[in-house]
Design a binder for this molecule. Structure first.
Ligand code: MRU
Length: 309
């Protein structure tokens, strides 16, 4: 079974502290929305869909202080649109007097089901013997279900289609080397961690058959914001004729953002990547839709120009 990054028990949201993995499996108990907001900000819980689910439970913990909690949670991370999606939907439930806890549980169940469907659709895009390059972590830890890109890779491996997975280490917090490697290792999927700068060399040697990643926000025209370095992979994949598949739930698609130029890009503290030196630490980049071979949602796989989004 994939490891879920969160669970709701005894009136609190418990989060697996992803900053400590793979060395330590410690659960954080959050009884108030401020604690969840802090966990989201420091990447103890991360990955766009998981942030959305955690935010839904945090709103359920807010009681009558819904708007205060919504403002705080909404300020934690600007790029992943699932956060705003959860706040907008949660507000509707709050204003109609519904149970936010029941709704949050449904958001989690829906994510699990969406992940299952995405994995099915994405698996159909791969051929037997695939050597897949993935970036960041888009497995179970990033969603609360099977995962998006990572869930699809694992499902495809179970279907006998995956020969090898290249895991880009991923800055700032080594989400690939720490989290994706941990998940693939537990599942028994054959993989090797590589430095992010190895991708071009691997593709040039013909060792990559597909790139598969998740997304933090997909604009209405199909431009994709994902972990910094995804754009570089997309340019390299295009140069080498390697398909790039983006796997993300419909809650990551933002019809209100016309193109990637309008997606806010989170800039994090330089101390996360270097000590005592001036540094610029962008958390995400934008891949233009022309470089994306497929966008796979729970509704199916789309190809450019993504007019059906
Ligand atoms: O900064 P993070 O670790 O939250 O970034 C996560 C990613 O970029 C993932 O690839 C993205 O959220 C999709 S995961 C289902």
């Amino acid at each position: 079974m994939p490891t879920s990054p969160l669970r709701f028990a005894d009136g609190a949201l418990e989060l697996l502290d992803q900053t400590l993995l793979p060395g330590e499996e410690r659960w954080l108990r959050c009884e108030r929305p401020e604690q969840v907001a802090d966990a989201i900000r420091r990447l103890a819980v991360r990955g766009a869909p998981a942030i959305g689910v955690a935010c839904a439970y945090a709103l359920a913990l807010a009681g009558p202080d819904f708007e205060q909690a919504a403002a705080l949670l909404g300020s934690t991370r600007p790029t992943a649109v699932n956060l705003r999606w959860a706040i907008d939907h949660g507000r509707g439930v709050f204003e109609s007097g519904g149970s936010l806890l029941e709704w949050a549980r449904q958001v989690e169940r829906d994510q699990v089901e969406a992940d299952r469907r995405m994995a099915e659709h994405a698996t159909a895009l791969l051929s037997p013997g695939s050597r897949i390059f993935t970036h960041c972590n888009s497995g179970a830890l990033a969603t609360a279900g099977l995962g998006t890109g990572g869930g699809a890779i694992e499902a495809a491996w179970r279907a006998g289609l995956v020969e090898h997975v290249w895991v880009g280490e991923t800055r700032p917090l080594l989400q690939g080397a720490r989290l994706t490697a941990w998940e693939l290792g537990r599942a028994g999927v054959p993989f090797q961690v590589v430095t992010d700068s190895s991708a071009g060399a691997l593709m040039a040697r013909g060792l990559v058959d597909a790139v598969m990643v998740g997304a933090d926000r997909i604009a209405a025209n199909g431009d994709v914001a994902n972990k910094i370095g995804t754009y570089t992979l997309a340019v390299l994949a295009d140069r080498h004729g390697v398909p790039l598949h983006v796997v993300a739930p419909l809650s990551t698609v933002d019809p209100a953002t016309p193109s990637g130029a309008a997606i806010p890009i989170e800039e994090r503290d330089p101390s996360e990547v270097v000590a005592g030196l001036p540094a610029l630490n962008y958390a995400f980049d934008v891949t233009p839709y022309e470089l994306v071979t497929s966008i796979v949602t729970e509704a199916g796989a789309l190809s450019p120009p993504f007019t059906e989004l």
